[in-house]
Design a protein around this ligand. Structure first.
Ligand SMILES: Cc1cc2nc3c(=O)[nH]c(=O)nc-3n(C[C@H](O)[C@H](O)[C@H](O)COP(=O)(O)OP(=O)(O)OC[C@H]3O[C@@H](n4cnc5c(N)ncnc54)[C@H](O)[C@@H]3O)c2cc1C
Length: 383
């Protein structure tokens, strides 16, 4: 059959593109994407930040494991830098200082950050109100990511290795028979002994098609808005500024300011759209914390950040036959952890074990596998 592959990857976002490219080094791979273009959903809607102190411990480890790739990509992967200096500055009001101190005390956060007085916060970002801020925490090495260059770097690598990307190929049916998946995209049929579920917000829907137990994935809508940046003081070199309780953030973006209420509104998997109320919340929180007077919104969008119940990505075979592989639940970190997550996934598929360097960083596989989210079968009641 023409459409027979070693692996079929479902989803052409950053997750599907990265695992597809890595597996294509030694196997025939098809990546199936429902939309006409890749990057239409979460991957094309992110805030494009790399921060090694963001997320829970497992996420922070995967970010550290991605650093080398993003900062020194392999020869030929890209013609442009994948990262640009930015920095992240966490803001604390008086009532938040204790929480920020606890966070700053985590060993891996501590080594990557510097505590700031209110005066230091305002010398870095002068629009922060004097009567609002009590302290701050700066992560100087955080960076902006060139998401398009990363995503298309993986797509190019997939093609260079003989892998195939099929757009307008939405998976509508999955049947496992005699050790082979029959992957239905309308009238077109693909087949492979292994499928990778990299369908983003739709990953539990793909599991349902395949007759696999769900992981309880919850897509959450997040809103982003571009506004005019003030001319004075100049904003170009400000870090991303984020509230201790992640109630808002803002950062310079190509001459404008990207602002967000950092909303997490549960949503079904869909083409997420921004709501006026969330934009108003972003404006009001940021006007409270800064001297910005936001008159006009230049553009707006929303996207889905999809989380497993423990907010840790889900990577691994879901079935004993090692035919249905999960790569889902990347939450708000899917771009920055993509290089490590793809290496982990490829190593698990090819060798059954994680890469040594991630183990050396402290990776605990049982925190990432889908089995942690599947309830153990109830023991049969003895008569
Ligand atoms: C506002 C916002 C800000 C963010 N900021 C950051 C950030 O600063 N840093 C960071 O690292 N991350 C950030 N993220 C998170 C990041 O964007 C996601 O974690 C990441 O893009 C997830 O990638 P993915 O490939 O899993 O999902 P997606 O990009 O959504 O890709 C999944 C693909 O699967 C396809 N698909 C679904 N069902 C099917 C089917 N049946 N058949 C075929 N194809 C199918 C979809 O069309 C989609 O293209 C942010 C997200 C948002 C929304």
């Amino acid at each position: 059959m023409d459409n027979a592959f070693d692996v079929v990857v479902i989803g052409g976002g950053i997750a599907g593109a990265s695992i597809g490219a890595l597996l294509a080094a030694g196997r025939s791979v098809a990546v199936l994407e429902r939309e006409a273009h890749v990057g239409v959903h979460s991957t094309g809607r992110s805030a494009a930040l790399f921060s090694e102190i963001y997320g829970n411990a497992a996420v922070r480890l995967l970010s550290r494991g991605s650093r080398d790739f993003l900062f020194s990509p392999p020869q030929g992967f890209t013609d442009v830098p994948l990262v640009h200096p930015r920095g992240v500055m966490w803001l604390a009001r008086a009532d938040q200082v204790e929480r920020l101190r606890e966070y700053a005390a985590l060993p891996d956060v501590n080594v990557a950050t510097r505590w700031l007085t209110a005066g230091e916060v305002r010398s870095i970002c002068p629009i922060v109100r004097k009567d609002y801020v009590s302290a701050g925490l700066l992560e100087p090495a955080a960076c902006d990511l060139d998401v398009s260059a990363i995503h298309h770097g993986y797509i190019k690598l997939l093609a260079a290795r003989g892998g195939r990307l099929y757009t307008q190929s939405g998976v509508t049916g999955l049947v496992f028979e005699d050790g082979i998946w029959r992957v239905e995209c309308g009238d077109e049929i693909f087949s492979a002994p292994v499928i990778v579920n990299a369908a983003g917000a739709w990953a539990d829907e793909i599991a349902a098609l395949a007759g696999q137990p769900p992981i309880g994935l919850q897509p959450m809508r997040r809103t982003a808005v571009l506004i005019e940046a003030p001319e004075d003081p100049p904003s170009r070199d400000w870090p991303l500024v984020v509230d201790t309780d992640e109630q808002f953030y803002f950062k310079p973006d190509a001459g404008l300011l990207l602002i967000s209420p950092a909303d997490e509104t549960p949503s079904p998997p869909c083409d997420a759209q921004p709501e006026e109320l969330d934009i108003a919340i972003a404006v009001s929180r940021i006007e409270l914390a800064t001297t910005l007077q936001i008159q006009r919104v230049r553009s707006r969008w929303a996207g889905l950040r999809s989380f497993a119940p423990d907010r840790t990505p889900v990577v691994g075979f879901g079935d004993a036959k090692r035919s249905f592989f999960w790569m889902a639940g990347q939450g708000g970190y899917g771009i920055q952890i993509a290089p490590a997550l793809a290496r982990l996934a490829a190593s698990l598929i090819e060798k059954g074990v994680p890469p040594d360097d991630l183990v050396d960083l402290g990776l605990q596989l049982d925190q990432l596998t889908p089995q942690r989210l599947h309830p153990a079968p109830t023991p049969a009641v003895q008569p």
